[in-house]
Design a protein around this ligand. Structure first.
Ligand SMILES: Cc1cc2nc3c(=O)[nH]c(=O)nc-3n(C[C@H](O)[C@H](O)[C@H](O)COP(=O)(O)OP(=O)(O)OC[C@H]3O[C@@H](n4cnc5c(N)ncnc54)[C@H](O)[C@@H]3O)c2cc1C
Length: 470
């Protein structure tokens, strides 16, 4: 396993459960701090810098653990993670929802990413068949397999050591150079679709000073001012984080991603103000910033044949999506389980296994790449939307139909939450006649709807206030 991030650890757990012996090779620090707080303070994760950013752990992830690794879910709760019921706080225009049996699935997890990974790593290392080896994978080793297709037989480590393996899994994350490694084996080019998310993501973590203050009790705090997206993430053990996403080409707004302006922005947004009031929280991190974020999809089977056998890409190395949607860890864990299921079903035939895994990826994971790219495009279009209520395009339907309908129609709200949490396919809502009717009705009403209260200052106003506060 190349990498012991979420996809690597998830794959290790799934494959060990299926009877494989797994060696995780990880080039970042592999120490095991004693507590979640120590993991947050001590871990330096250059290979996965997003570890120090806010993470939402969606219901699909929590359910995958519940169904496949219940011990990990229990350990997370014991380590201070909490379960978040996504229907518990309906929008202000909705009465409490009549419970339905499937609602038990609409529960996610609140914790810091470091806590999540700390528990996942402890759980994987408690399995006798799993070993963690510090080191950096520098490339693949292969022989020529049936049909002339390169068959990967191991990895080359920094320092020249070769680690042989029946199967190599690349879980090296969004920066994985797997296509280049494959090409040095003489494989066909790995087709790749890449689309820039156009955002810069920033996060800051806080420890709550007041006893009993729980951000989860305030419902989902997520907003979009057009020029800045924001969210509050409840953490574990009395922590929370605030995150902003700004347009990468908005140089002035990028300047707010420093401690002073970061806090000042929060003080100017009503939904965030509470958490930066004096005496309520203490910052426990710098303002972390990540740019260069892309949506990316790679194909390892071309014209029905794998570019190589014995090698599988799991998680971000295969499909990575805009972090704003909070899907990556859920997708990585689902992908890990798909790999274990595929290998169990296809036995010793490496070509069949590669083709079957590509097909499982196409069905279960790829649609979320398409959804992220489409949503990003709608978002970019919305910046120039003058709300003139022109023709029906998907972006307009989302903004003026789906979102308002979700605020007052329980069926639409539930359907929206199920898709948001990856429990239903991205297009499921628009295949449900009840939802489509409600969305179209809301869209028809768009001209007569009263505008929503402002979530915060407009861009010029905010920049003016920041200049005044400087
Ligand atoms: C800013 C940001 C915020 C995010 N927020 C969310 C969120 O809210 N919810 C969510 O679900 N997802 C979120 N994600 C996505 C999520 O973090 C990733 O999808 C997830 O970490 C993917 O897991 P992975 O195992 O593929 O990669 P990673 O977790 O990145 O792990 C890759 C690992 O491989 C190691 N590695 C790489 N190359 C080598 C090598 N050659 N040799 C040895 N080791 C190597 C790295 O050191 C690293 O530990 C976010 C991402 C970003 C960038």
């Amino acid at each position: 396993m190349v990498g012991a991030g979420v996809g690597g650890l998830g794959s290790a757990l799934a494959l060990a459960r299926a009877g494989h012996r797994v060696t995780l090779v990880e080039r970042d620090q592999v120490s095991m701090p004693a507590t979640p707080h120590a993991a947050f303070d001590e871990w330096r994760r250059r290979g996965a810098p997003q570890t120090r950013h806010s993470h939402a752990f969606l219901a699909r992830l929590r359910n995958t653990l519940r169904d496949r690794n219940p011990g990990v879910l229990t350990a997370l709760l014991e380590a201070g993670a909490t379960e978040i019921d996504f229907l518990h706080h309906p929008p202000p225009g909705l009465d409490p929802l009549e419970p339905e049996p499937a609602d038990a699935d609409l529960v996610g997890l609140a914790c810091r990413r470091t806590t999540f990974e700390w528990v996942l790593r402890r759980s994987a290392l408690a399995v006798p068949a799993v070993t963690l080896l510090p080191g950096s994978v520098e490339g693949l080793v292969a022989t020529t397999g049936p049909g002339g297709i390169p068959q990967v037989t191991g990895v080359g480590l920094a320092g020249g050591r070769v680690l042989p393996a029946d199967v190599v899994v690349d879980a090296g994350g969004r920066r994985s150079p797997l296509p280049a490694w494959l090409e040095t084996l003489g494989t066909a080019t790995v087709p790749e679709s890449v689309e820039d998310t156009g955002i810069v993501y920033s996060s800051r973590f806080y420890r709550m000073l007041a006893e009993g203050d729980d951000p989860a009790e305030h419902g989902l705090v997520v907003g979009d001012l057009g020029y800045l997206k924001y969210a509050v993430f409840p953490g574990d053990n009395g922590t929370l984080s605030i995150t902003y996403g700004v347009h990468a080409d908005d140089r002035e707004m990028r300047r707010v991603l420093h401690p002073g302006p970061f806090t000042e922005v929060a003080a100017n947004i009503p939904a965030l103000r509470r958490w930066v009031e004096p005496g309520r929280c203490q910052a426990i991190s710098d303002v972390e910033v990540m740019a260069g974020l892309v949506n990316r999809l790679r194909h390892f089977v071309v014209a029905g044949l794998p570019v190589a056998t014995g090698i599988y890409a799991v998680g971000d190395s295969s499909v990575c999506t805009n972090p704003v949607y909070g899907r990556g860890c859920a997708l990585a864990l689902v992908h890990a389980e798909l790999l274990a299921d595929t290998l169990a079903a296809t036995g010793d035939d490496p070509v069949q296994a590669a083709v079957a895994f590509a097909e499982a990826t196409r069905i279960e994971i790829e649609p979320w790449y398409g959804a992220a790219v489409a949503q990003d495009r709608h978002d970019r279009a919305a910046v120039h939307d003058d709300d003139d209520c022109g023709g029906v395009d998907m972006g307009s339907l989302m903004r003026h139909g789906l979102l308002p309908a979700a605020r007052h129609d329980p069926a639409v709200f539930r359907a929206f939450m199920r898709t948001f949490n990856l429990l239903d396919a991205p297009d499921a809502m628009m295949r449900d006649p009840k939802v489509v009717l409600a969305v179209m009705a809301a869209w028809q009403d768009r001209a007569s709807r009263r505008p929503l209260p402002r979530l915060g200052p407009d861009r010029a106003e905010l920049l003016h206030r920041l200049a005044g506060a400087a």
